[in-house]
Design a protein around this ligand. Structure first.
Ligand SMILES: O=C(O)CCC(=O)C(=O)O
Ligand SMILES: [Fe+2]
Length: 354
């Protein structure tokens, strides 16, 4: 289980360094630290976050994940996401494609909606396995609140830097509006045969929403930094979250904020022999919000859009539609051919390396 003695991340694999941002400093408005966050957000869209104060919540969420994945498979399957584009619920390994040819993913995960977590015992979107219910109020809701708190701090900084009227990004992520925001606890089994280690566990993608607050114990997360043609690992650092920007913020900001492509492969070296657990809180816009560059509210965004006429920042899609389209078309049951994969894509460029 996560937290037990795990072998260290090896030193002989390619890694990409990320800026380490101090949450306490950005929360207090430290100008230098805010500028470092802005640099990370506008170059690669990934950074480490330290001093986030969520260690206890994270550890309990991993316990929730382990308890849930230990339930009988048949029971978990009664809480499945399904094929309609709904994200909340259980996803078995092999339910998603990881590429255009329909190769299957190897991870199972449990997604819990922020709306269900915060309203519990009221059911907003769906019901969950008993292990999730048992920890809804004491584990999942506190982690959800922590993820949202971090996101609002970061969103308000971006709001300022983008020259948007006060509260614009926050209102696009109105706590009161139902949204695709969710927690996800992921389990990837150890690789049995060496060959399998070469196949990604989660295929190359950009995240669907605005901000992701990710916690890793073992390696396996890789990024393809802008201008690079080789994947690099992100080295997990104990107590540090990895934060990244998703499609929605990239679109709202006219591409100023970077939604970078990433994937998950087997952990490197001897770490491959261990189960890989990861945990994410995804902050996504309110369901009704239209994904488009906020050109009318910020001259910075208007200028950025003008400079990139080849890019479409007018999706004509609400956050709910964007999200459902991506989820639905990566489900293997919905696959008709490579075009289904293409329909599941967001703002990511097509990587030329595999
Ligand atoms: O497990 C990880 O490290 C990353 C997971 C991820 O990229 C995702 O669920 O979107
Ligand atoms: Fe991701």
């Amino acid at each position: 289980m996560p937290g037990s003695t795990l072998p260290p991340f090896p030193n002989d694999v390619r890694t990409h360094p990320l800026l380490i941002i101090d949450y306490e400093l950005i929360r207090a408005g430290d100008v230098k630290e805010v500028n470092r966050l802005w640099e990370a957000a506008t170059t690669i869209g990934f950074w480490y976050l330290k001093n986030h104060g969520a260690d206890q919540e994270v550890s309990e969420m991993f316990d929730m994940g382990a308890e849930t994945m230990a339930l009988p498979f048949e029971e978990l399957m009664t809480f499945e996401q399904g094929d309609s584009g709904q994200s909340f619920g259980y996803k078995k390994a092999g339910a998603n494609a990881i590429d255009a040819t329909g190769t299957l993913d190897t991870v199972e995960f449990i997604n819990v909606s922020k709306d269900d977590a915060l309203a519990y015992p009221q059911v907003i979107h769906r019901t969950y396995p008993s292990t999730v219910n048992a920890r809804m109020e004491n584990t999942i809701a506190p982690f959800t609140r922590k993820g949202l708190e971090v996101s609002y701090v970061v969103l308000n900084i971006f709001n300022d830097k983008l020259g948007l009227p006060k509260g614009t990004l926050e209102s696009l992520h109105d706590l009161e509006e139902y949204s695709g925001s969710e927690t996800r606890c992921i389990r990837n089994p150890p690789v049995q045969i060496k060959e399998a280690a070469k196949i990604p566990a989660i295929g190359a993608h950009t995240d669907f929403g605005s901000l992701s607050f990710l916690h890793n114990r073992l390696g396996g997360l890789q990024v393809l930094p802008p201008g690079h043609d080789e994947w690099s690992y992100i080295r997990p650092i104990p107590g540090h979250a990895v934060c990244n920007i998703g499609d929605a913020l990239s679109l709202f900001s006219g591409g100023v904020l970077q939604s970078n492509i990433h994937r998950v492969v087997a952990p490197p070296g001897v770490q491959a022999e261990y189960e890989r657990w990861s945990l994410v809180f995804f902050t996504r816009p309110g369901n009704s919000k239209v994904l488009r560059a906020l050109v009318d509210s910020s001259h910075i965004i208007a200028e950025a859009v003008k400079k990139r006429p080849e890019k479409n920042f007018e999706t004509g899609s609400t956050a709910a539609e964007w999200f459902a389209r991506r989820i639905k078309n990566q489900r293997i049951n919905n696959r008709l051919g490579p075009e289904t994969w293409a329909t599941s894509r967001g703002t990511e460029h097509t990587p030329t390396v595999v």
